[in-house]
Write a protein that binds this ligand. Structure first.
Ligand SMILES: Cc1ncc(COP(=O)(O)O)c(C=O)c1O
Length: 437
């Protein structure tokens, strides 16, 4: 009999190499397979299970909504859709704004671009994005993304996209020696790109408000400077909060770390919006943009926009973040995680840099030589010793995520403190055991 390996085309892998266990259940920060093996999830799967696995309140919300109403299109009203929009506007402080619901992160970003272009009166206006970014794997979002894996599949210019260098202070593309200077130059480069192409031709800048798995955590000065550069030129700023939202960075949304000085014009959401218990994405927009769109025809839509079942689980998710105080918990645990990773860096010379720590999100960058910062492998290749580390961790029942030379640590916000410290201790042991030369 055929198995999943024979019949399913799996994403982001070589089909012949796919050989994953079948997962049949989970609870909290752990999930388990059909052989009874349990795994501690140190990446929230795809940085999306912020509320952990099989959250009881979310399951209940799905069951209750399914009993009442599974689906109506956006031509009809639906109670959970209205409630979720209201709560998102409240949490983000976008009073008088509106929410457009999509099915996930990529189509949220595509729609944010559509809305920015329509509201700015520049239907084909340029969009500025950055190198080493990820906004999705649809064609338009591959064009927006500065992702080495997909760039050859798409001509960004034909999608009206121009790119700027990333605010990557550890390897500053402008050669800065201080984080603050790198932040400054990176933000100025966005302003210069807009000036070069003309603000009248540029509809928006789209950036991740914190790193995704590309592992770049901008210095804190960057985002408010970026906001300033875009505002002064009358160009919208879209914050891609698909990964960084819902507590991942110790706030509801990562831009809120900067208060009003960080407020974007639009932000995109997915993943933690429903704790990934059902697929859902959203574009949240300011009152000014909503007003621009108010009396114009909106030529867009997806059959499942604002699906009532998904919105009901979104409402339950927002309640769970509040009831379990998870945003604050992420902030507190993120700080101690960061401190313990820095202790690891002091013991293991293979660690070149530790970034993040605003919430339960941290990036550990591995290098061949700490002084020269020579990477262990050329980006985006994953060096074989790091693959070995992953395999040994998995054999010990802990699932870590990597990209290139990076270990990405982003566990569910409900992870027990003991689970977190055990995982760091395992990492410590494996870093010491493996031959990195
Ligand atoms: C920052 C960011 N934007 C967009 C996306 C795309 O979201 P989706 O996979 O739901 O289309 C992702 C997914 O990893 C992401 O991390």
């Amino acid at each position: 009999m055929n198995t999943e390996k024979d019949d399913v085309l799996h994403s982001w892998c070589v089909q012949a190499d796919w050989n994953a266990p079948t997962i049949v259940g989970g609870s909290g920060a752990r999930f388990h397979d059909d052989q009874g093996r349990s795994y501690l999830d140190m990446s929230s799967l795809a940085e999306c299970m912020n509320l952990g696995h099989q959250h009881p309140a979310l399951i209940r919300a799905i069951q209750q909504q399914a009993e009442r109403l599974c689906f109506v299109t956006a031509s009809w009203g639906a109670e959970p859709r209205a409630e979720l929009a209201r709560r998102l506007l409240e949490k983000s402080g976008f009073e008088g704004g509106r929410v457009f619901f999509s099915l996930g992160g990529a189509d949220a970003n595509e729609h944010a671009v559509k809305f920015a272009r329509q509201a700015s009166g520049k239907p084909r206006g340029l969009i500025v994005s950055r190198d080493r970014s990820y906004h999705g794997a649809s064609y338009a979002t591959m064009a927006l993304s500065g992702d080495a894996r997909t760039q050859r599949q798409v001509d960004a210019a034909s999608f009206g996209v121009v790119r700027v260098p990333p605010p990557h202070a550890y390897r500053c593309p402008f050669g800065s020696s201080s984080d603050a200077d790198c932040a400054h130059r990176s933000a100025m480069a966005v302003g210069e790109a807009i000036d070069l192409h003309g603000a009248a031709q540029t509809a928006a800048v789209i950036m991740e408000a914190n790193a995704g798995t590309n592992g770049i955590v901008a210095p804190p000065e960057y985002w408010p400077l970026l906001r300033d550069e875009t505002r002064r030129r009358g160009v919208y700023l879209i914050a891609d909060e698909v990964m960084s939202g819902f507590g991942r960075c110790g706030e509801w949304f990562a831009w809120q770390r900067h208060g009003e000085a960080g407020r974007p014009d639009l932000m995109t959401l997915a993943k933690g919006l429903t704790g990934s218990h059902l697929p859902l994405g959203a574009v949240v927009m300011s009152a000014a943009i909503a007003a621009r769109l108010e009396h114009e025809m909106l030529y867009t839509g997806l059959t499942y926009c604002g699906h009532p079942l998904a919105c009901a689980v979104g409402v339950a998710a927002l309640r769970a973040y509040d009831d379990e105080n998870l945003i604050e918990r992420s902030r507190v645990l993120g700080r101690s995680l960061f401190a313990s990773l820095q202790e690891l860096a002091a013991r293991h010379p293979v660690i070149g840099d530790v970034r993040g720590g605003d919430g339960l999100f941290a990036v550990v960058e591995l290098v061949r030589d700490r002084a020269s910062r020579e990477p262990l492998a050329v980006w985006p290749e994953t060096p074989p010793p790091l693959r070995l580390l992953l395999a040994r961790a998995l054999a010990a029942g802990v699932s870590f995520a990597t990209r290139g030379n990076l270990i990405i640590i982003a566990p569910p916000l409900v992870i027990a403190e003991r689970e977190l410290s055990d995982a760091v201790a395992l990492l410590d042991r494996l870093l010491g055991e493996i031959d990195w030369s």
